[in-house]
Ligand binder design. Structure first.
Ligand code: ATP
Ligand code: MG
Length: 217
């Protein structure tokens, strides 16, 4: 993984999830990863920067109170980070709005790691390229997660296109799975919704990848 974010001073591992494209899977990944991290014994908070507040809506229907989901604005993120550190939070996940340049930059600046879920279409990959151009001045490790390629050929082609943008590709691909949708609308992580399903297996591999990144910080 590339350059460490040397601007960071706060001791709470911060994962920014962003992509200029709407519907890429940002909030789904933020919530399911949050549940996986809480299951692993971490204290987790999600800061929802999206005015549409989808992560907050997910928390509203969630019965368990194992992770905190708070609505935040970009210029308060550093403050949120400090409050999380004071509260003993281990992992802060920042879920961002699409096409909000200032929010994406603010999230990248406070992050230890930027994760960019992306769908495989031409417009999606163009949006990923634009997102990378926007945040390329921020020295933080960045990785993309391929979400829902419909065929093996599309998976291969889009993986190659992502790598050609010079960004790390997470070694797991999310399939287009109903379990992801049901989990999200039920206020659950996919590992809670269908623990032995394929979606839960993919999420587990993503969590393993993230926890290795956290350990090697
Ligand atoms: N792999 C998947 N399989 C099935 N459904 C998915 C998958 N990934 C995302 N979805 C669904 O697609 C929709 C958009 O996902 P999500 O809300 O996470 O995207 P987003 O990037 O946060 O969108 P926005 O930019 O509007 O905030 C949701 O209904 C979500 O459940
Ligand atoms: Mg969202």
């Amino acid at each position: 993984m590339t350059a460490i974010n040397t601007d960071r001073r706060i001791d709470v591992y911060t994962l920014a999830i962003l992509n200029k494209k709407g519907g890429a899977g940002k909030t789904l990944v933020a919530t399911s990863l949050g549940v996986a991290a809480a299951d692993a014994g971490l204290k987790v908070a999600i800061a929802d920067l999206d005015p549409q507040a989808s992560a907050c809506a997910w928390a509203d229907v969630r019965e368990a109170d194992d992770l905190a989901v708070i609505s935040a604005v970009p210029n308060r993120l550093e403050k949120v980070q400090t409050q999380c550190a004071d509260a003993g939070i281990d992992l802060l996940i920042v879920d961002t709005a699409p096409s909000a340049d200032s929010g994406l930059l603010a999230a990248a600046r406070v992050a230890d790691l930027v994760l960019m879920p992306t769908r495989p279409g031409l417009g999606d990959l163009a949006a990923l390229r634009d997102t990378l151009e926007l945040i390329n001045t921020v020295k933080v490790p960045k990785a993309a997660l391929l979400n829902s390629p419909k065929t093996t050929a599309l998976r291969t082609e889009s993986s190659a296109a992502i790598v050609s943008l010079g960004v790390e590709l997470v070694p797991v691909v999310f399939g287009d799975r109903v379990a992801f949708q049901h989990a999200f609308t039920s206020g659950l992580g996919v590992s809670e919704y269908e623990p032995s399903g394929k979606a839960a297996g993919e999420l587990k591999r993503l969590w393993n990848w993230l926890s290795e990144s956290m350990e090697s910080r």
